[in-house]
Design a protein around this ligand. Structure first.
Ligand code: HEC
Length: 130
């Protein structure tokens, strides 16, 4: 009985891990099919954002991050993180290293400090107050 339950839980966790891998693999693929902006902006941060964040925070249907932020701010702020003008690097890093609700935290072995700096620079490029 106990063994079955443990096996069941393990299978479920493996399933979750597998689907997370699939999502990341898809996100990684889309990074190469999306054109990288030239000149303005932070290309490295943009590419990393596409790889790790856009799967949940991108535009289009079924993006949990975009849906959650639309519900949270009810139109007072853009639901798309990449369109925000109020984000600070500190805030972006806090959420990425700690996670929130269904957003996982990312370890330094997944997103290095340098890559997180680039993502933060990309997401705060429109914040004129910092
Ligand atoms: C599995 C989906 C998922 C992934 C991947 C994800 N997020 Fe999130 N993120 C969310 C959700 C959902 C929320 C809203 C949580 C809430 O407040 O209920 C959120 C919230 C945030 C917030 C807070 C915004 C605010 O104003 O409250 C920031 C900043 C953020 N995410 C940045 C990122 C960055 C940067 C990445 C990539 C490194 C990322 N997220 C990857 C799902 C995700």
């Amino acid at each position: 009985m106990k063994v079955t339950r443990v096996l069941g839980a393990t299978a479920m966790l493996l399933g979750l891990a597998a689907s997370a891998q699939t999502v990341r693999a898809q996100a990684a693929t889309s990074a190469w099919t999306t054109s990288i902006p030239s000149g303005k902006g932070e290309p490295r941060g943009y590419v990393q954002y596409q790889e790790y964040c856009a799967v949940c925070h991108g535009a289009g249907v079924g993006k949990p991050g975009t849906i959650a932020l639309a519900a949270k701010y009810k139109g007072t702020k853009p639901a798309l993180l990449s369109e925000r003008t109020d984000l600070t690097p500190q805030l972006v890093k806090l959420y990425v290293r700690n996670g929130i609700t269904v957003m996982p935290f990312f370890r330094k072995t997944e997103i290095s400090d340098a890559d997180l700096d680039a993502i933060a620079a990309y997401l705060t490029r429109n914040n004129k107050k910092q």
